[in-house]
Design a protein. Structure first.
Length: 333
Protein backbone atom coordinates (compact mmCIF):
# COMPACT_ATOMS: atom_id res chain seq x y z
CA UNK A 1 0.00 0.00 0.00
CA UNK A 2 2.85 2.35 0.88
CA UNK A 3 4.64 1.98 -2.49
CA UNK A 4 1.32 2.46 -4.29
CA UNK A 5 0.63 5.61 -2.31
CA UNK A 6 4.12 6.95 -3.02
CA UNK A 7 3.68 6.20 -6.71
CA UNK A 8 0.31 7.94 -6.74
CA UNK A 9 1.87 10.98 -5.07
CA UNK A 10 4.67 11.05 -7.61
CA UNK A 11 2.30 10.78 -10.53
CA UNK A 12 0.19 13.52 -8.98
CA UNK A 13 3.27 15.74 -8.89
CA UNK A 14 4.02 14.92 -12.50
CA UNK A 15 0.45 15.83 -13.39
CA UNK A 16 0.99 19.16 -11.74
CA UNK A 17 4.12 19.82 -13.78
CA UNK A 18 2.32 18.97 -17.01
CA UNK A 19 -0.61 21.12 -15.98
CA UNK A 20 1.67 24.08 -15.44
CA UNK A 21 2.78 23.80 -19.04
CA UNK A 22 -0.90 23.71 -20.07
CA UNK A 23 -1.70 26.80 -17.94
CA UNK A 24 -3.12 24.86 -15.02
CA UNK A 25 -6.18 23.01 -16.29
CA UNK A 26 -9.04 22.16 -13.98
CA UNK A 27 -7.85 18.57 -13.74
CA UNK A 28 -4.43 19.68 -12.53
CA UNK A 29 -6.03 21.93 -9.96
CA UNK A 30 -7.92 18.93 -8.59
CA UNK A 31 -4.70 16.92 -8.45
CA UNK A 32 -2.95 19.74 -6.63
CA UNK A 33 -5.76 19.92 -4.09
CA UNK A 34 -5.59 16.18 -3.52
CA UNK A 35 -1.88 16.40 -2.84
CA UNK A 36 -2.28 19.38 -0.55
CA UNK A 37 -0.01 21.48 -2.74
CA UNK A 38 -1.45 24.94 -2.81
CA UNK A 39 -0.22 28.23 -4.15
CA UNK A 40 1.02 26.96 -7.52
CA UNK A 41 -1.23 29.43 -9.25
CA UNK A 42 0.20 32.41 -7.39
CA UNK A 43 1.26 35.37 -9.51
CA UNK A 44 4.97 35.83 -10.23
CA UNK A 45 6.96 37.87 -7.77
CA UNK A 46 6.61 41.53 -8.69
CA UNK A 47 9.88 43.13 -9.74
CA UNK A 48 10.80 46.59 -8.55
CA UNK A 49 10.94 49.45 -11.00
CA UNK A 50 14.52 50.29 -10.13
CA UNK A 51 17.56 48.22 -11.07
CA UNK A 52 19.66 46.91 -8.21
CA UNK A 53 23.36 46.21 -8.34
CA UNK A 54 24.66 42.88 -7.10
CA UNK A 55 28.40 42.99 -6.54
CA UNK A 56 30.13 39.63 -6.58
CA UNK A 57 33.32 38.12 -7.97
CA UNK A 58 34.70 41.58 -8.63
CA UNK A 59 31.89 42.70 -10.94
CA UNK A 60 28.31 43.94 -10.85
CA UNK A 61 25.38 41.77 -11.87
CA UNK A 62 22.41 43.99 -12.71
CA UNK A 63 18.95 42.78 -11.73
CA UNK A 64 15.38 43.84 -11.38
CA UNK A 65 14.71 43.49 -7.68
CA UNK A 66 12.04 43.91 -5.11
CA UNK A 67 13.88 44.85 -1.94
CA UNK A 68 12.33 44.24 1.44
CA UNK A 69 13.83 45.40 4.70
CA UNK A 70 14.73 41.92 5.91
CA UNK A 71 14.67 39.86 2.71
CA UNK A 72 16.02 40.94 -0.66
CA UNK A 73 14.90 39.16 -3.81
CA UNK A 74 17.13 39.70 -6.84
CA UNK A 75 16.60 38.50 -10.39
CA UNK A 76 20.04 38.35 -11.99
CA UNK A 77 20.72 39.41 -15.57
CA UNK A 78 23.05 38.71 -18.48
CA UNK A 79 24.93 35.41 -18.16
CA UNK A 80 23.18 34.80 -14.83
CA UNK A 81 19.66 35.29 -16.20
CA UNK A 82 17.36 32.73 -14.66
CA UNK A 83 19.10 32.78 -11.26
CA UNK A 84 17.18 34.35 -8.39
CA UNK A 85 18.97 35.29 -5.16
CA UNK A 86 17.16 35.42 -1.84
CA UNK A 87 19.26 37.46 0.58
CA UNK A 88 18.69 37.50 4.33
CA UNK A 89 19.24 41.03 5.63
CA UNK A 90 18.62 41.35 9.40
CA UNK A 91 22.04 42.56 10.48
CA UNK A 92 20.86 43.74 13.90
CA UNK A 93 19.62 40.24 14.75
CA UNK A 94 22.16 38.06 12.94
CA UNK A 95 19.47 37.13 10.40
CA UNK A 96 17.46 35.39 13.13
CA UNK A 97 14.10 34.12 11.90
CA UNK A 98 11.42 36.53 13.07
CA UNK A 99 7.70 36.40 12.31
CA UNK A 100 8.14 39.13 9.73
CA UNK A 101 11.12 37.45 8.03
CA UNK A 102 9.32 34.10 7.86
CA UNK A 103 6.30 35.86 6.36
CA UNK A 104 8.51 37.48 3.69
CA UNK A 105 10.22 34.20 2.92
CA UNK A 106 6.87 32.45 2.56
CA UNK A 107 5.60 35.12 0.18
CA UNK A 108 8.76 35.00 -1.94
CA UNK A 109 8.87 31.20 -2.16
CA UNK A 110 5.17 31.03 -3.02
CA UNK A 111 5.73 33.38 -5.94
CA UNK A 112 8.93 31.73 -7.18
CA UNK A 113 7.39 28.27 -7.52
CA UNK A 114 5.02 29.45 -10.26
CA UNK A 115 7.51 31.66 -12.13
CA UNK A 116 8.69 29.76 -15.20
CA UNK A 117 11.54 32.22 -15.77
CA UNK A 118 13.25 31.04 -12.59
CA UNK A 119 15.83 28.33 -13.26
CA UNK A 120 17.81 28.21 -9.99
CA UNK A 121 17.41 29.84 -6.58
CA UNK A 122 20.40 30.78 -4.41
CA UNK A 123 19.80 31.43 -0.72
CA UNK A 124 22.43 33.61 0.92
CA UNK A 125 23.07 36.20 3.61
CA UNK A 126 23.81 39.82 2.89
CA UNK A 127 25.18 40.27 6.42
CA UNK A 128 28.93 39.55 6.68
CA UNK A 129 29.96 36.64 8.88
CA UNK A 130 26.49 35.20 9.44
CA UNK A 131 24.10 33.02 7.46
CA UNK A 132 21.30 32.66 9.98
CA UNK A 133 21.46 32.35 13.77
CA UNK A 134 18.19 30.41 13.97
CA UNK A 135 14.94 31.57 15.54
CA UNK A 136 14.73 35.07 17.02
CA UNK A 137 14.77 34.09 20.69
CA UNK A 138 14.28 37.66 21.89
CA UNK A 139 11.06 37.89 19.92
CA UNK A 140 10.03 34.41 21.02
CA UNK A 141 10.50 35.28 24.69
CA UNK A 142 7.73 37.88 24.29
CA UNK A 143 5.32 35.41 22.67
CA UNK A 144 2.49 33.58 24.38
CA UNK A 145 2.89 29.79 24.31
CA UNK A 146 0.18 29.52 21.66
CA UNK A 147 2.04 32.04 19.51
CA UNK A 148 5.24 30.01 19.75
CA UNK A 149 3.50 26.91 18.42
CA UNK A 150 1.96 28.90 15.58
CA UNK A 151 5.31 30.49 14.68
CA UNK A 152 7.17 27.17 14.62
CA UNK A 153 4.46 25.67 12.42
CA UNK A 154 4.67 28.63 10.02
CA UNK A 155 8.48 28.42 9.89
CA UNK A 156 8.33 24.66 9.29
CA UNK A 157 5.78 25.08 6.50
CA UNK A 158 7.84 27.83 4.85
CA UNK A 159 11.02 25.74 4.93
CA UNK A 160 9.07 22.80 3.49
CA UNK A 161 7.86 25.01 0.66
CA UNK A 162 11.47 25.98 -0.02
CA UNK A 163 12.40 22.30 -0.16
CA UNK A 164 9.55 21.68 -2.60
CA UNK A 165 10.48 24.41 -5.06
CA UNK A 166 10.52 22.72 -8.50
CA UNK A 167 13.88 24.23 -9.48
CA UNK A 168 17.36 23.59 -8.03
CA UNK A 169 18.13 25.48 -4.82
CA UNK A 170 21.57 26.26 -3.41
CA UNK A 171 22.43 27.51 0.08
CA UNK A 172 25.55 29.71 0.16
CA UNK A 173 26.82 29.57 3.75
CA UNK A 174 29.43 32.29 4.25
CA UNK A 175 29.00 32.50 8.01
CA UNK A 176 27.32 30.93 11.01
CA UNK A 177 24.26 28.72 10.40
CA UNK A 178 22.75 27.47 13.65
CA UNK A 179 19.43 25.85 14.55
CA UNK A 180 16.76 27.07 12.16
CA UNK A 181 19.48 28.60 10.01
CA UNK A 182 20.97 25.18 9.31
CA UNK A 183 17.49 23.72 8.86
CA UNK A 184 16.93 26.36 6.19
CA UNK A 185 20.14 25.29 4.44
CA UNK A 186 19.23 21.61 4.76
CA UNK A 187 16.03 22.29 2.84
CA UNK A 188 18.09 23.38 -0.17
CA UNK A 189 19.21 20.82 -2.74
CA UNK A 190 22.88 21.76 -2.47
CA UNK A 191 24.93 23.48 0.22
CA UNK A 192 28.17 25.39 -0.31
CA UNK A 193 30.11 26.81 2.63
CA UNK A 194 33.23 28.74 3.46
CA UNK A 195 35.79 26.78 5.46
CA UNK A 196 35.38 29.28 8.30
CA UNK A 197 31.59 28.91 8.47
CA UNK A 198 30.06 27.35 11.58
CA UNK A 199 27.08 24.98 11.42
CA UNK A 200 25.05 23.03 13.94
CA UNK A 201 21.65 22.05 15.28
CA UNK A 202 22.04 23.36 18.82
CA UNK A 203 18.45 23.23 20.06
CA UNK A 204 19.08 20.62 22.77
CA UNK A 205 21.10 23.25 24.64
CA UNK A 206 17.78 25.07 25.10
CA UNK A 207 15.98 21.87 26.14
CA UNK A 208 14.09 21.68 22.85
CA UNK A 209 14.69 19.85 19.56
CA UNK A 210 15.00 21.04 15.97
CA UNK A 211 11.46 21.86 14.89
CA UNK A 212 11.74 22.89 11.24
CA UNK A 213 12.86 19.63 9.67
CA UNK A 214 16.28 19.16 11.25
CA UNK A 215 15.58 15.78 12.86
CA UNK A 216 14.45 14.45 9.47
CA UNK A 217 16.69 16.15 6.91
CA UNK A 218 19.99 15.88 8.78
CA UNK A 219 19.92 12.04 9.05
CA UNK A 220 18.83 11.82 5.43
CA UNK A 221 21.86 13.93 4.54
CA UNK A 222 24.67 12.55 6.71
CA UNK A 223 23.26 9.29 8.10
CA UNK A 224 21.26 8.42 11.19
CA UNK A 225 24.03 7.69 13.69
CA UNK A 226 26.08 10.80 12.97
CA UNK A 227 22.98 12.99 12.88
CA UNK A 228 22.01 11.72 16.34
CA UNK A 229 25.51 12.48 17.60
CA UNK A 230 25.44 16.05 16.33
CA UNK A 231 21.94 16.74 17.65
CA UNK A 232 22.51 15.05 21.02
CA UNK A 233 25.76 16.98 21.57
CA UNK A 234 24.61 20.27 19.98
CA UNK A 235 28.02 20.22 18.32
CA UNK A 236 29.08 22.97 15.94
CA UNK A 237 31.26 22.05 12.95
CA UNK A 238 33.24 24.24 10.56
CA UNK A 239 33.16 24.09 6.78
CA UNK A 240 35.95 21.54 6.47
CA UNK A 241 34.33 19.08 8.86
CA UNK A 242 30.92 19.71 7.32
CA UNK A 243 32.36 18.71 3.94
CA UNK A 244 34.00 15.58 5.38
CA UNK A 245 30.72 14.30 6.83
CA UNK A 246 28.66 15.14 3.76
CA UNK A 247 26.69 18.01 5.29
CA UNK A 248 27.79 20.30 2.44
CA UNK A 249 28.80 19.57 -1.16
CA UNK A 250 31.56 22.17 -1.56
CA UNK A 251 33.89 24.00 0.82
CA UNK A 252 35.87 27.09 -0.19
CA UNK A 253 38.39 29.34 1.52
CA UNK A 254 36.81 32.60 2.61
CA UNK A 255 37.88 35.75 0.74
CA UNK A 256 38.30 39.37 1.82
CA UNK A 257 34.78 40.25 0.68
CA UNK A 258 33.33 37.46 2.80
CA UNK A 259 31.29 35.99 -0.06
CA UNK A 260 33.37 33.02 -1.25
CA UNK A 261 30.54 30.51 -0.79
CA UNK A 262 28.15 32.80 -2.67
CA UNK A 263 30.55 33.09 -5.58
CA UNK A 264 30.91 29.30 -5.70
CA UNK A 265 27.12 28.93 -5.56
CA UNK A 266 26.74 31.32 -8.50
CA UNK A 267 29.29 29.37 -10.53
CA UNK A 268 27.43 26.16 -9.75
CA UNK A 269 24.07 27.71 -10.64
CA UNK A 270 25.48 28.75 -14.01
CA UNK A 271 26.20 25.09 -14.76
CA UNK A 272 22.46 24.40 -14.43
CA UNK A 273 21.26 27.20 -16.73
CA UNK A 274 21.95 25.54 -20.12
CA UNK A 275 19.95 22.41 -19.27
CA UNK A 276 16.33 21.76 -20.26
CA UNK A 277 14.02 23.45 -17.71
CA UNK A 278 11.31 20.77 -17.79
CA UNK A 279 13.92 18.02 -17.50
CA UNK A 280 15.43 19.76 -14.46
CA UNK A 281 12.05 19.96 -12.76
CA UNK A 282 11.07 16.34 -13.30
CA UNK A 283 14.59 15.14 -12.44
CA UNK A 284 14.29 16.85 -9.06
CA UNK A 285 10.83 15.37 -8.58
CA UNK A 286 12.05 11.87 -9.49
CA UNK A 287 14.96 12.08 -7.05
CA UNK A 288 12.92 13.52 -4.18
CA UNK A 289 10.06 11.05 -4.57
CA UNK A 290 12.34 8.10 -5.27
CA UNK A 291 14.40 8.59 -2.11
CA UNK A 292 11.33 7.99 0.04
CA UNK A 293 10.35 4.60 -1.44
CA UNK A 294 11.86 1.21 -2.29
CA UNK A 295 13.99 0.80 -5.42
CA UNK A 296 11.29 -0.90 -7.52
CA UNK A 297 8.82 1.90 -6.86
CA UNK A 298 11.57 4.45 -7.38
CA UNK A 299 12.36 3.03 -10.81
CA UNK A 300 8.67 3.24 -11.70
CA UNK A 301 8.67 6.88 -10.59
CA UNK A 302 11.72 7.52 -12.79
CA UNK A 303 9.95 5.92 -15.75
CA UNK A 304 6.89 8.11 -15.22
CA UNK A 305 9.06 11.21 -14.91
CA UNK A 306 11.04 10.32 -18.03
CA UNK A 307 7.80 10.04 -19.98
CA UNK A 308 7.03 13.65 -19.11
CA UNK A 309 10.07 14.85 -21.07
CA UNK A 310 9.25 13.01 -24.31
CA UNK A 311 6.46 15.25 -25.70
CA UNK A 312 8.05 18.57 -24.76
CA UNK A 313 9.19 21.21 -27.21
CA UNK A 314 12.42 21.44 -25.22
CA UNK A 315 13.27 17.84 -26.11
CA UNK A 316 12.71 18.53 -29.80
CA UNK A 317 14.89 21.63 -29.52
CA UNK A 318 17.58 19.64 -27.70
CA UNK A 319 17.74 17.00 -30.43
CA UNK A 320 17.75 19.66 -33.14
CA UNK A 321 20.53 21.62 -31.43
CA UNK A 322 22.59 18.44 -31.11
CA UNK A 323 22.11 17.69 -34.79
CA UNK A 324 23.04 21.25 -35.79
CA UNK A 325 25.96 21.36 -33.33
CA UNK A 326 24.78 24.51 -31.57
CA UNK A 327 23.69 25.40 -28.04
CA UNK A 328 20.00 24.66 -27.43
CA UNK A 329 17.52 27.50 -26.87
CA UNK A 330 15.16 26.08 -24.30
CA UNK A 331 11.93 27.85 -23.36
CA UNK A 332 10.72 25.56 -20.61
CA UNK A 333 7.96 23.98 -22.70
Amino acid sequence: AAPAAAMAAALGGLGLLRAQRLRLTAAAAATSAALGRTGHGAPPLRRGVAAAALHSAGRSYGSQAKEEEELRVRYLDDEHKGIVVLGLNRSHAKNALSKNLVKMMSKAVDALKSDKKVRTVVFRSEVPGIFCAGADLKERAKMHSSEVSSFVSRARATINELANLPVPTIAAIDGTALGGGLELALACDIRVAASSAKMGLVETKLAIIPGAGGTQRLPRTIGVSLAKELIFSARIVDGEEAKSIGLISHVVEQNEAGDAAYRRALALAREFLPQGPVAMRVAKLAINQGMEVDLVTGLAIEEACYAQTIPTKDRIEGLLAFKEKRPPRYKGE
